[in-house]
Design a protein around this ligand. Sequence first.
Ligand SMILES: [Zn+2]
Length: 315
Amino acid sequence: MGQVNEERRGVYPFCASCTASSVAWRVTDTSGPASGHFYGHRDTCPDCGSSIRTLYHTVLWVPVSKLGEYRVISTGGRSYIGRKLLAHPVQSVVRGEPMSAIAEHPELEAASEYRTAEAYWEDSEPGEALPFYQAALVEREKVLRADDPATLRVRLRVAQGLLATANYGRAIAWFELVTPELIDVFGPHHDLTHAATEAVTGARLMVGGPRAEAQLLANVVAADEQSVGPADPQVLRDRAALGKALLACGEISEALYALSRVVRDAPRGHPDTAVYRAALLEACEVAEARGKRREMLLAETARQVLSDESTPTNT
Ligand SMILES: [Zn+2]
């Protein structure tokens, strides 16, 4: 029900239809001579006032390549908020529910942890449900793929439980990991995908900007290093989120370092590894677009890590 209402209202200050045709997007650092600038104004929305603008990568204020289209609302002066336009509008996508291997494992649906978790969730008690979902997730991951629809549902619930209990850093790390998998498996317009993209936006608002997020995640990773091993899924997930937060505040070298480390330590043949590799590739592209010599050298090294045959992939 909550999801339906969100969809109808839109995500403030965007109206419902502009929300439905776009996804949450975070501004990366666009200062300096090589950066991104918006050009053009079209399709101004009569309801929320947003307009479609095209973001270009610019070098010395000259546009050199198109980065994408956004719905943008100016918030005074040079500041603005934006949502990235979806390539395929909502109405055109109709998908069935993806197939799960859980039919072969009925004991997972019957397990008491899972049933307790679901009961708490239905009573709107995500914090109470969290430890039970975490226990259910351990059991699912023993027999199902991490990107099986039935595993993804529980992974999302764990993220939502962490958000509800104000564990913002670890919640952000989970949402960033599962969102690309939810998009792949359920599609970009499924309720679960929508719940994840909007929840991570909410978590970021609570944290208060990329710098605060990077600091929070640095503390989370330091705590992980005391409690779990260097290739533990938790530290990989949290360090990847730290890398993305560093990228968002323009700390490109540190982002490349953190994400390269995650990619080297990632598990072989695991769907999460594809998400981590994509994050490192994005950091390389940002470094190359900014054109600073030192960062470009680091990006070159990172690309070698990605292409090295000994580096884990998802297959
Ligand atoms: Zn609108």
